[in-house]
Ligand binder design. Structure first.
Ligand SMILES: [Fe+2]
Ligand SMILES: [Fe+2]
Length: 187
């Protein structure tokens, strides 16, 4: 049985390289539910799924569960805007298409992403990893919808989001510096 510190360390080792990828960081710019960004939601789903799998003591593919949990909503658009119609049905396939384009996925990760909306999408996940993420996703979504700022005091979500926000700010500064120097060239 892993102690809490080791669990946090394992999760961070697997999650950080994914969460700091440029396109994954974009998920922090889209609202998922209430005041929660899509990236905060995905970190919470992945971490709580990992904790649940460990508590169950079942055999599972740890890396696929965490990576799949982080990418299950990798659809990269604001679903509250008009083009987000039928989002509930369509986004698992869009997330899978984006994730397949940007990452080398295992079969467990692919199935977990495309089936996570069960029972809205009628076919259930094939593996224990997908079953756990599917359940934890519903629980997190419910909390995010009815409790505002739910992850404000969540150590794991905040630890990763702080680094992501620093990187996003650095990115914005770099972009505005490039724009200013390009304007000078034109002038
Ligand atoms: Fe989803
Ligand atoms: Fe989700």
């Amino acid at each position: 049985m892993l102690d809490d510190k080791l669990k946090q360390q394992i999760f961070l080792e697997i999650a950080m390289p994914i969460c700091t990828r440029e396109k994954v960081m974009l998920m922090h710019k889209f609202v998922q539910h209430g005041k929660t960004s899509c990236l905060e939601h995905s970190i919470a789903v992945a971490y709580n799924s990992f904790l649940m799998a460990e508590a169950m003591g079942t055999e599972y593919d740890r890396e696929s569960l965490i990576r799949g949990g982080l990418l299950h909503d990798y659809f990269l658009y604001d679903w509250h805007k008009p083009h987000g119609r039928w989002h509930g049905f369509k986004h698992p396939a869009i997330a899978l298409k984006n994730a397949t384009r940007d990452f080398k996925l295992t079969e467990i990760e692919k199935n977990l992403i495309v089936r996570h909306m069960f029972p809205l999408v009628p076919i259930p996940p094939k593996n224990i990893e997908g079953g756990i993420v599917c359940m934890v996703d519903k629980w997190c979504s419910l909390k995010e919808t009815f409790c505002s700022d739910i992850y404000k005091k969540d150590g794991m979500v905040q630890q990763i989001i702080k680094i992501v926000e620093i990187k996003l700010r650095e990115e914005e500064t770099r972009e505005s510096t490039v724009n200013i120097s390009q304007r000078h060239v034109v002038l």
